[in-house]
Design a protein around this ligand. Structure first.
Ligand code: SF4
Ligand code: SF4
Length: 472
């Protein structure tokens, strides 16, 4: 017989059986220190996630990602297509941050922060435990015929799941199109807001499908972050890990025997109770080592700690630890790779903060009209320009006008000299700049133009003013 470890677990995933059919996992209800902490973190994050699109700051939705209209609000600051570079940098910062975090702390994001995990484990699964019971009862119910009890439980559970999916879809839509549009839909009814209503129904269907049927397969099959783990993790990354040195020792794991002194028999501390497997929502055995499916949910830590306590052995057989910490007893080190990522993250964050600081609420673009040179108007030279003013705020500006800042001369707006730019609005037009010929020192003068609302300077921009080559 071969002494090689059984590697069969690498050929399958816990959610699909040998016949290739969906295999439902009925994990044991978790309990313990980490689960309690996770509950607190999850409900705080859920409250933030749900409240975000309904909070307003200076009239702006706190968080909005309106991809269709290319309007984004982050922490109450509106970002327009003109700010796209900021959005790209914030995305880069986010990605580097997640990579750094993964290199150092493994999949802590998946276990503690990911909305999929929070909704599945802390909302849907908890309702399931409440209606269907714990692992054994759930599996019995799934196998039993469709009698009155099963129909009643399924109807209650699926109705509640549908309502929650509908609620999540509403929040999701509020992030996408804005909470104002959502309230408008409630006010005007689905017929008036048909496209949004259809989107709402589709989202509800997707969430219902994910949380009723697809479940943990999102993490295994669909999530790109999960697939990246093999590249990001190394022997120094901290993960939920089984201490195989202590668990197996020289003689391997074995069932618990009260009369046995394991120090003498050389058996490991793992009593092969399988409780860590039963509690795992991904259907894996952590004792096989770090696996793609493991979301670092910590349920097996809690479960094993309870077992260790019961049999009088030290806790922490499964714990947060790196491979090197377990195999070589090496303490945690901040490696060169981690330092590199931290440096990149720091640079990106600084650039992002600087750009945010320099960003203005009003954007002014003034460009010379293509193909036009300059005109003589008596003793003045005139240049023609097009302008575009973008008001990124939720306030109307009622008295917008232009003034030259670094040069004497006049700005003549075609149309009204003083005009309005509505909140989140754009104003475009044509203007002339006239400067006395005697004041020009070259054929190309850089002029600075101030955009004012009343007396308040909102933005300055610069452009070139062309004049004749000879000044004699
Ligand atoms: S819960 Fe702990 S003792 Fe039980 S099988 Fe898992 S690792 Fe071994
Ligand atoms: S192995 Fe442990 S930490 Fe990983 S998913 Fe399963 S229970 Fe959670």
């Amino acid at each position: 017989m071969s002494n090689l470890p059984d590697e069969a677990f690498r050929d399958t995933i816990g959610t699909i059986d040998e016949g290739g059919n969906r295999k439902f996992i009925f994990p044991k209800k978790p309990s313990g220190k980490f689960y309690n902490y996770r509950k607190i973190v999850s409900y705080v994050l859920l409250a933030i996630l749900i409240a975000n699109p309904f909070i307003k700051v200076n009239g702006n939705q706190f968080m909005m990602f309106n991809v269709m209209e290319r309007r984004f609000n982050i922490f109450g600051s509106p970002f327009w297509p003109q700010d796209f570079y900021l959005f790209v940098i914030s995305m880069l910062v986010g990605i580097v941050f997640i990579i750094l975090f993964t290199v150092v702390f493994g999949r802590i994001f998946c276990g503690w922060i990911c909305p999929q995990t929070i909704f599945l484990e802390m909302v849907f699964r908890r309702i399931e435990y409440w209606i269907d019971g714990d692992r054994g009862a759930q599996s019995r119910l799934a196998r039993q015929e469709w009698n009155a009890e099963k129909i009643r439980k399924r109807l209650i559970k699926w109705s509640i799941f549908f309502l929650i999916s509908f609620g999540i879809a509403n929040v999701f839509l509020a992030y996408l199109v804005g909470s104002d549009v959502l309230f408008l839909m409630v006010e005007e009814g689905p017929v008036q807001q048909a496209s949004n209503f259809v989107a709402l129904l589709i989202f509800t269907g997707v969430f219902y499908f994910v949380f009723v049927w697809f479940r943990e397969q999102v993490c295994i099959i669909a999530c790109p972050y999960g697939r990246l783990q093999g590249v990001l993790l190394d022997n120094k990354s901290i993960n939920v890990a089984y201490d195989f040195v202590r668990g197996e020792k020289e003689a391997g794991r074995a069932k618990f025997n009260k009369k046995e002194d394991r120090a003498i028999t050389g058996k490991g501390d793992c009593i092969d109770c399988h409780q860590c497997v039963h509690v795992c929502p991904m259907g894996i055995d952590i004792r096989n080592g770090t696996q793609l499916e493991c979301t670092n949910c910590t349920a097996c830590i809690d479960e094993c700690d309870t077992i260790m306590e019961t049999v009088g052995l030290p806790k922490g057989l499964i714990r947060y630890a790196s491979e090197d910490e377990i195999a070589k007893k090496e303490p945690f080190k901040f490696t060169a790779r981690m330092k590199g990522y931290t440096a990149v993250l720091f640079i990106l964050l600084s650039v992002f903060a600087g750009m945010l600081f320099l960003r203005t609420d009003v954007e002014a673009i003034i460009l010379r009209l293509p193909g036009q040179l300059f005109q003589h108007k008596g003793d003045k030279i005139s240049n023609v320009y097009t302008y575009k003013i973008v008001n990124k705020t939720m306030n109307d500006y009622n008295d917008i006008h232009f003034e030259l800042i670094n040069q004497k001369g006049q700005i003549k707006n075609v149309g009204k000299e003083h005009f309005k730019v509505k909140k989140e609005g754009i104003s475009q037009g044509t203007l002339f700049i006239e400067i006395e010929k005697a004041l020009l020192e070259s054929d190309k003068t850089k002029v600075e133009i101030g955009v004012y609302n009343g007396k308040e300077l909102l933005e300055t921009t610069s452009t070139n003013f062309l004049g004749p080559r000879s000044f004699n």
